[in-house]
Design a protein around this ligand. Sequence first.
Ligand code: HEM
Length: 422
Amino acid sequence: MRLDPFSIQYSTRPTATWQRILAAGPRVGYDDQLQAWLIAGHDNVHRVLADTGRFSNTATLFPVMPVSAAAGAVLAGLTATPVLVTADPPQHQRIRRIVRDFFPNTPSTAERRWGALVRARVDEQVAELAGRTDVDLMDVAVWLPLQVVVDVLGLPIGTRPLRAWTDQFAALVWGNPSPEQQLAAAHGAVALWQYCTNVVTGHATSGNPGRGLIGDLLAYRDGDDARLTLDEVAAIILNIFGAGWETVSAALGQALFHALREPDRWARLAHDEHYLAAHVEETLRHSPAIDGWLRLTRDEVVLDGVTIPAGARCLVLIGTAGHDPAVFPEPYVFDPGRARLSQHVAFGAGPHYCLGAALARLELTTTLRELARRLPQLTLHGGHQRGFKPSAGLRQDITLPASTGAAGSCPVAPPATPGAQP
Ligand code: HEM
């Protein structure tokens, strides 16, 4: 079985590969290029993501491709304690219970806590676009969630080094960097971890817990390591920063692309709240931001009749779950009105289900609504060839050039081919 995640084909049209795997079978098989077991199909993906007893999260953020000895030596400095997405029971439940109390996870509580903050950040981004003619929508898709997660966590400095460090972290974990790039990325990843540690210890020693989630967690800790150690607080901040930015950025790119492919969709997003919510969910099903995710078998496991040995890496193909015709008929068609949409697994399943799903939906709906209202003439550039950053897990557009419709812009709408696959 072969995914070939760094090929041109996968970096332009991953859906074609998912369909090939689903149609040809088997849906569980060893990929010797990735040295990992590929897990495909809605039932298999759901089962593995939800089964923390047989599948471990400890290797979830280990690089998909082997790293050089030099990069590995630098990465030894990334000493973050396992928490949330990198932890297994019982540590996972303990930390998740604490964070959940401070992290709203329903639409109404997320709106109450973060609605005004997200709207303010969206307003800034839309105002920036409105003054221009030709724009790259990925600028909005990158900066908006970065600023939101910085606000939500209570991180104190400007966002520029954070962006570079996290890009390097993502490339190291899911990409296929050269040995030189690996070394730079390893330094970036360690710099990000040291930054989180310094911010947390700085607040703790100054007696000022700070704002956002950092403030909440330090107030809860109240100087007591039995409740939460400083290392755990820093690891939670690193974890949520990593989990909550590039994911939303990728999802926003996907949602904007689908929205702008047909002018009717764009117009509807401005005023039809039901359609807006469905558009976001259909984007998550059809084009999930995270479409591959690593797990490690704890023991030998039989899945779909295939035996996977203990201690084996499994790349869970979330993208194939959304394209499984057994659950979603005509899966390649983008149809926000389809049945069983709530069964997508773009936010995972079971004990590790995304803690930031409500925040992500708030960011996505607020951005689409405001852009569609204030830039009704926005169109993607006609000749644009879509391409994603090479990645085994994160599906983020490199660029989305568009015209705002202001005088001097380059408004050529892309051909809207119903049912065509991006
Ligand atoms: C569209 C955007 C997002 C997508 C597609 C996404 C996807 C996911 C997925 C698939 C998981 C499950 C991982 C697993 O099973 O191991 C997950 C977990 C998680 N997500 Fe998200 N996520 C998004 C946005 C966010 C945001 C905005 C935050 C917070 C600011 C966030 C924080 C987390 C955390 C902390 C976990 C780990 C939960 C745990 O292990 O208990 N995510 N996310």
